[in-house]
Design a protein around this ligand. Structure first.
Ligand code: PEP
Ligand code: MN
Length: 339
């Protein structure tokens, strides 16, 4: 249960509320929010529901909450959340396109790709520096050196940056060098990492775990919000299917399913969903038609030299065409196209 307190609440009114909640056997966690102080109440909620908390002086709102992911639910906040990343804004009806290589490989290649991403009208630059790989023998990224390259190229091109974080020990390095941190599919349930990102307040792109249910995913987001960080964007990147023809199975139904439950923005990653660059445009267009807030797409100036995920990297010219299609599709989906 969530209780929103009146900012003018007196100490006596506050004590009366706290005592009543505790007397019903419930615990209280406090959280500042844009709407005032929030009390997150847990425990014997059935017993607490017998108490008319709404009429207590100092209470502005009580949110009953039928779901355990309280802070990111529509019950708590009906209007969509908008997450600011550098100069970009994700959610709330705008279209966000994130482009860039799977991994930062060297400065020259990254700059060439970033210039193409920028010229295509995309909004953010991606590039992995800490790469979680299925095989320990695969290229695992340049680490801090890669992050610094991404930062410099982002500044040079004027593109806000996003890069993956894999370890709570890298928080300081990631937060001070990139505009948004990405939690990859393999780390969606790394709860210690989620808590640290929550404490940092930094914008985060939270990918869906490979076998996570919608509820698992929203609860992972809740870990970040519960630390007072509302800047979470969800990313569907395909779930494990049975068919090796595709790297994963893109769950497009996750878009309306998330939007029905949560106010967090949701974007789609058609690159990791399919693993095949030729399939990416169709799924990206479908994602925007289905109401996603954006897409994140891997692109490379020379996929033959890519050190990871070469098969799914789009060439710059194809990426540019796709960005145009997506802008058109977004206008159609939002019914703002001229007759
Ligand atoms: C990535 O974005 O490069 C990545 C590794 O993504 P995922 O966690 O979705 O596999
Ligand atoms: Mn990749």
């Amino acid at each position: 249960m969530l209780i929103v307190l009146d900012p003018q609440i007196s100490p006596a009114q506050r004590s009366a509320i706290d005592e009543t909640i505790r007397a019903a056997g419930c615990s209280i966690a406090e959280m500042p929010s844009r709407r005032g102080l929030l009390l997150l109440v847990d425990g014997d909620l059935d017993r607490l529901r017998q108490v008319p908390l709404k009429v207590f002086a100092g209470v502005s709102k009580v949110v009953g909450l039928s779901k355990p992911y309280a802070l990111n639910s529509r019950e708590h906040q009906a209007e969509p959340n908008v997450v600011k990343v550098g100069d970009a804004r994700i959610g709330g009806g705008s279209l966000t396109v994130i482009g860039g290589p799977c991994a930062v490989e060297d400065r020259e290649t990254l700059l060439a790709i970033a210039n193409e991403v920028k010229a295509s009208g995309a909004n953010l630059l991606r590039g992995g520096a800490y790469k979680p790989r299925t095989s320990p023998y695969s290229f695992r990224g340049l680490g801090l050196e890669g992050l610094l390259m991404l930062r410099d190229v982002g500044l040079e091109t004027g593109l806000p940056t996003v890069s993956e974080i894999t370890d709570p020990r890298h928080i300081e390095a990631c937060v001070s060098n990139v505009d948004m941190v990405q939690v990859g599919t393999r780390n969606m349930s790394n709860f210690d990492l989620l808590v640290e990102i929550g404490k940092s307040g930094h914008p985060v792109l939270l990918k869906r775990g490979r076998s996570a249910t919608i509820a698992d995913w929203l609860l992972a987001a809740e870990y970040i919000l519960a630390q007072g960080n509302p800047n979470v964007v969800l990313c569907e990147r395909g779930i494990r299917g049975f068919d090796p023809a595709m790297r994963n199975t893109l769950d497009l139904a996750a878009i309306p399913a998330i939007q029905a439950r949560s106010h967090l923005p949701i974007i789609i990653d058609p690159s990791h969903a399919t693993g095949v660059s030729a399939y990416v445009p169709a799924l990206a267009r479908a994602a925007i038609a289905a109401g996603a807030d954006g897409v994140i797409i891997e692109t490379h100036t020379d996929p033959t030299r890519a050190r990871s995920d070469a098969d799914q990297a789009m060439l710059p010219a194809d990426f540019r065409d796709l960005c145009e299609d997506l802008r058109l599709m977004h206008r159609v989906a939002n019914r703002s196209i001229d007759a």
